[in-house]
Design a binder for this molecule. Structure first.
Ligand code: C2E
Ligand code: CA
Ligand code: CA
Length: 720
């Protein structure tokens, strides 16, 4: 499965899972709500049914109350009930009615409860009323009024041997006051109507109560409601088939609710899938651009942003573990980039990146900071010693010639190492330290590594103070220049001098030129300092018309577009003909800005200035450079002179260079000649000029004057 697919599936679940959980939650809640609603609906339905059942019984009681009123509050009945009993009348008036549906039992009892007549279901009934109605009869009779002037009816539910019945009792009284009845209490007419199955069925229909039934007390039934007599005593229990309208509603609503939710899920799932894909795509694009923002497009390596992030992370988290940062700056890369095309340069960077990657191989984070700068971040134990080993390996690797598309490129590297000690460090500070260490390696002569220590920082702050003092000197036009003789290799006569800047003696400190020139370059003071040295040298040297004056030009001065006009003006103002002026460039000029170098060289030569290539043999400048830039003079570096006596290979290099220089009609001068032997060997190798302590150290102008005076007095003897 591809990573994209995995990611889409993951995202899908991330979206779908909460949706599914929400849907299940909705289902559950809805279900609980429906349960609640249905229970309450069912409860309402139960109570409604109970009301209906009560109404049904009440209505039966009411009906019987009406019937007993009609029959007991009746003049004829009053006439017939007190005195001798006419059985025929009794039967016709009341006995026949017991076959009817309205009542099924009738008793006429005297106030003591003795039965006078009784019928049931259309026939004479022999069961005594006190047996038929039980205790209820006594209570009923007791409840009737004592006087004969008040008509009243007592109606109640009562248990009989024939089951539950409605009973209504009333005193038999005339409506007409003319009819007299005995002074004692009136006889009582009792009607009863059994609650039969038919009666219950009628009630069920009429009051919409399914399966209404009545059972004796204590019978177990699912829904049993107590039926009470008029005095509040339970007499029976009613039950019915409970209807559950809530249940039905719940079932139908549950179905539609669930169907809706399921439909929602059904719609949501494909939507979440589509969303997952879209989000994943967005995520991929975002990730792609995030990767692009944090990676270098040329080498594919992490870039500065990435490194900084990682550095921040590691500095923030692993407080106790070691951390080392390596900065690698390629030396001579620009030369390759300029000598060939940019594609070759790009391929060289790729080759270096690949080589570094295999060296680092999971030990740390390799990043390209831009241009020809790389960085490696080491974390964990032994980070410091691993960084040192790595630095050595990098130098060995980079020193090997690279074969780029059939072209051989020779480069080097300067490496700086910075570590996190015990004190807390900002990422930018660690990077600054690695950078300083790297520059120190470069200053120290390249192809080496340096570890940052506090003295480098001290050097930095000292640089700032040197720059301040230098600025003040330049502003005052105050500086010193020493002159070192350049002699003819054959006659040993002084043919010129090299002007070398000297830190003014008025200062509290004494600094070598390498140091303050470097500071001047770093702090943007080199143009002004160069102009000042040139001005002093031209002024001091103008007096000796036959002497050449050589001045050093820093590579950075080429950035000044007024360089050539300034040189011409200063020489003119100080009375030095341009033909006497010699300008020395190191090869770094050619490396850093070859096009501009070529232009400046041509312009200077165009106005008669001699152009010399300084320090030849130290760096990467190959013989190819000599052809490319038509130097008038080549200065062989002191390092070659030092070994000429002992090293035959060096002798061959010198001889080869001399041959080429001759072909280009350039002069050759050997620097740093300290012994007679070196002077001889260099001359024999083909150098026309010599320079070094052997012939004279850099001296103040007065000393040069003395030397020249001495020379005229005692002409140099010509060497063989
Ligand atoms: P450079 O241009 O190669 O100058 C020659 C250096 O070699 C001088 O060092 C000189 O004193 C030293 N030297 C000459 N003969 C001998 C010898 O026989 N033995 C030994 N051991 N050393 C010898 P110095 O004066 O310390 O200058 C160092 C560098 O500072 C110069 O190297 C040059 O690159 C730079 N520099 C000096 N003055 C100026 C200046 O005015 N402008 C610029 N841009 N750079 C300057
Ligand atoms: Ca020089
Ligand atoms: Ca030199």
């Amino acid at each position: 499965m591809t990573r994209t697919k995995q990611r889409e599936i993951k995202l899908f679940f991330l979206i779908a899972l909460p949706l599914a959980i929400a849907a299940l939650g909705m289902l559950w809640t809805t279900s609980r709500m429906l349960d609640g609603v249905s229970e309450s609906v069912d409860r309402q339905e139960q109570s409604r049914t109970w009301q209906a059942v009560r109404s049904a019984f009440a209505s039966a009681e009411e009906r019987l109350t009406g019937t007993v009123t009609d029959n007991a509050h009746w003049d004829d009945a009053a006439k017939q009930s007190y005195g001798p009993i006419d059985n025929k009348w009794m039967y016709d008036a009341w006995g026949v009615g017991t076959a009817d549906i309205n009542y099924d039992t009738i008793y006429v009892v005297d106030p003591q409860g003795n039965d006078i007549v009784s019928y049931r279901n259309g026939e004479k009934f022999t069961l005594p009323s006190r047996d038929y109605f039980g205790d209820a009869l006594r209570q009923t009779l007791g409840s009737l009024p004592n006087d004969n002037s008040t008509f009243a009816v007592i109606t109640t539910l009562v248990n009989t041997p024939n089951g539950l019945a409605v009973m209504a009792a009333a005193p038999i009284l005339p409506t007409n006051g003319d009819i007299k009845i005995p002074a004692a209490r009136a006889n009582v007419l009792i009607l009863a109507s059994s609650i039969t199955a038919d009666a219950l069925a009628r009630m069920s229909r009429q009051y919409i109560v399914d399966g209404l039934s009545v059972s004796p007390l204590g019978t177990s039934a699912a829904t049993a409601y107590l039926l009470r007599d008029r005095w509040g005593n339970p007499v029976a229990q009613a039950s019915w088939k409970a209807r559950h309208p809530g249940d039905a509603a719940r079932k139908s609503y549950r179905f539609s609710a669930f169907a809706t939710i399921l439909a929602l899920i059904g719609v949501m799932l494909p939507i979440s899938f589509v969303h997952a894909r879209a989000i994943s795509k967005m995520g991929r694009e975002e990730e792609r651009s995030r990767i692009a923002a944090r990676h270098d497009s040329l080498s594919g390596l992490p870039n500065r942003v990435f490194l900084l992030e990682e550095l921040t992370k590691q500095l923030g988290s692993a407080k106790t573990s070691e951390l080392a940062l390596i900065f690698v700056d390629l030396d001579g890369f620009k030369a390759v980039n300029d000598a060939y095309d940019h594609e070759t340069g790009d391929n060289l960077i790729r080759a270096v990146a690949a080589g570094l990657s295999s060296l680092v191989k999971g030990q740390g984070l390799l990043a390209r900071l831009g241009g020809d700068e790389f960085a490696i971040l080491f974390g964990g134990r032994d980070a410091s010693s691993r960084a040192e080993t790595m630095a050595t390996n990098i130098l060995t690797f980079v020193k090997e010639p690279f074969n780029i598309d059939g072209r051989i490129a020779c480069i080097g590297a300067s490496v700086g190492i910075a570590e996190r000690g015990d004190e807390p460090l900002e990422p930018s500070e660690l990077m600054r330290r690695a950078d300083i260490a790297m520059y120190d390696a470069k200053d120290g002569g390249r192809n080496r590594w340096r570890r940052f220590d506090a003295t480098l920082d001290l050097k930095r702050s000292e640089d700032v103070s040197i720059a301040g003092e230098l600025r003040a000197f330049v502003a005052r036009g105050e500086f010193e220049v020493a002159y070192q003789p350049m002699v003819d290799a054959r006659t040993r006569a002084i043919i010129g001098v090299e002007a070398l800047a000297r830190w003014p003696k008025s200062s509290q400190r004494n600094l070598p030129p390498d140091r303050f020139i470097h500071v001047a370059e770093e702090h943007g003071l080199i143009d002004d300092l160069g102009a000042l040295i040139l001005q002093i040298a031209c002024r001091e040297m103008s007096q000796w018309q036959e002497l050449k004056l050589a001045v050093n030009i820093s590579p950075l001065q080429l950035n000044n577009h007024n360089l050539v006009p300034d040189i011409k003006r200063i020489a003119g103002e100080n009375g030095l003909p341009l033909e006497r002026l010699e300008v020395e460039f190191t090869e770094t000029v050619l490396i850093k800005n070859p096009r501009r170098a070529k232009q400046v060289i041509q312009e200077l030569q165009g106005c008669g200035v001699t152009v010399a290539l300084d320090d030849f043999g130290t760096g990467y400048a190959s013989v190819g450079y000599l052809r490319e830039y038509a130097f008038d003079k080549i200065k062989l570096d002191r390092s070659l002179t030092q070994v000429i006596a002992t090293n035959t290979a060096t002798q061959q290099v010198v001889q080869g260079t001399v041959l080429i220089a001759k072909g280009l009609s350039a002069d050759i001068i050997a620097e740093g000649v300290e012994t007679e032997e070196e002077a001889q060997l260099m001359r024999l190798a083909g150098c026309q000029q010599l320079q070094g302590y052997y012939f004279g150290r850099p001296e103040a102008v007065a000393t040069i004057g003395t030397m020249l005076d001495h020379e005229t007095a005692e002409p140099a003897k010509v060497m063989a």
